[in-house]
Design a protein around this ligand. Structure first.
Ligand SMILES: NC(=O)c1ccc[n+]([C@@H]2O[C@H](COP(=O)([O-])OP(=O)(O)OC[C@H]3O[C@@H](n4cnc5c(N)ncnc54)[C@H](O)[C@@H]3O)[C@@H](O)[C@H]2O)c1
Length: 317
């Protein structure tokens, strides 16, 4: 099977690429290595994490229709996992038009290609943020998600709507996977686990919003990857699925696990809840479980793996 992974130099994309290559799928990656966070980390995911693996890499932008056409024509792809995008709720408040261009327009470009080149299965990254301030937990795919509270969340919802249109009109198999707070080795520097680890090691304080009373279904990257592959192999008609850990954890406990693994207590800087952020994202994952998938990594193990990776990558004893 030949799979295009958009955003394949990214956190989730690179981990997915590794797994697919290990099981002998042909992998093609497109990524623009943008500087939303240090592009060296993206380069190193390609060089180190995927070092020694065989795959094809295109350095380019999903907004570039000509390039996409060239890639789809040349590579004769079977399936697409579309992970390229502008991530990060808070940054989307500062750059809403960039989020719209990349996430919405970029996704439409890929959907057009999927129709033209008869792609058998198209999976893309949506987000738990589409649930906004919904009060009913756990969040279920059948809940209304018409009230996003950040430009980022609105682009993800928009991607789901557009994907439905393409699936309806052209019979594409498409699944929108709503990821719930993904963490693990090679993770993103703008996310809490990375920032907390860095600051605690550097004896700097960490910003703790809303007294750490937010709760999340933290999802270990290997569990996300196995979920994506489950759906990739299933070739389902249009659908939306939550993919998240099976335990509701508070940020307070998450910080405690980090402190335990670092052997250091964090200096905490209490701050009010941030604009655009949501107090609770807890997933109802029964739909994906029915396909035989289940998350297996608890935060104690997952955080430990991240910290081991962090120390090794940044050469910290
Ligand atoms: N990590 C999470 O917790 C999480 C949660 C919900 C949803 N998501 C979504 O999952 C996807 C992957 O997330 P991630 O954590 O791996 O983020 P990431 O930023 O590490 O990966 C995204 C990759 O896409 C690339 N990219 C961005 N714009 C591009 C463009 N215009 N053309 C080509 N490549 C481009 C980036 O360079 C990056 O390597 C994103 O769409 C994100 O919104 C992630």
């Amino acid at each position: 099977m030949k799979v295009l992974i958009t955003g394949g130099a990214g956190f989730i994309g690179s981990n997915l690429a590794k797994k697919l290559i290990e099981r002998k799928d042909d992998v093609v990656i497109i990524d623009n290595f943008n500087d939303y966070y240090d592009p060296k980390l993206k380069e190193d995911r390609i060089k180190i994490l995927l070092g020694g693996c065989k795959f094809k890499l295109y350095r380019g932008d999903i907004r570039d229709e000509k390039l996409l056409n060239k890639i789809f024509k040349k590579e004769k792809l079977d399936k697409v996992v579309h992970l390229a995008g502008m991530a990060g709720v808070r940054n989307s408040l500062l750059n809403p038009f960039l989020y719209e261009e990349v996430n919405v327009r970029g996704t439409m470009n890929l959907l057009e290609m999927a129709v033209k080149y008869k792609i058998k299965n198209f999976i893309f990254a949506s987000s738990s943020s589409v649930y906004g301030n919904n009060k009913k937990v756990p969040f279920s795919e059948s809940d209304s998600v018409d009230m996003p509270i950040s430009p980022y969340a609105a682009t993800k919802k928009c991607m789901e709507l557009m994907a439905h249109v393409y699936s309806h009109l052209y019979g594409l198999n498409i699944t929108a996977l709503r990821f719930f707070t993904v963490y693990g080795p090679w993770g993103r520097p703008d996310m809490a686990l990375f920032k907390f680890t860095k600051n605690i090691l550097e004896e700097k304080s960490i910003d703790v919003y809303n007294k750490g009373k937010m709760s999340r279904n933290f999802t270990y990257v290997d569990d996300i990857v196995s979920g994506i592959i489950t759906v990739l192999d299933a070739d389902l008609p249009y659908g939306v699925m939550n993919i998240g850990g099976d335990r509701e954890e508070t940020l307070v406990r998450f910080i405690e696990v980090i402190e335990k693994n670092l052997g250091k207590v964090a200096k905490k800087n209490p701050l009010p809840m941030q604009a655009g952020d949501v107090p609770s994202t807890v997933a109802d994952i029964r739909k994906l479980r029915k396909l035989g998938w289940k998350p297996t990594t608890k935060i104690d193990k997952g955080v430990k793996n991240f910290i081991n990776w962090y120390r090794e990558y940044y050469k910290i004893k």
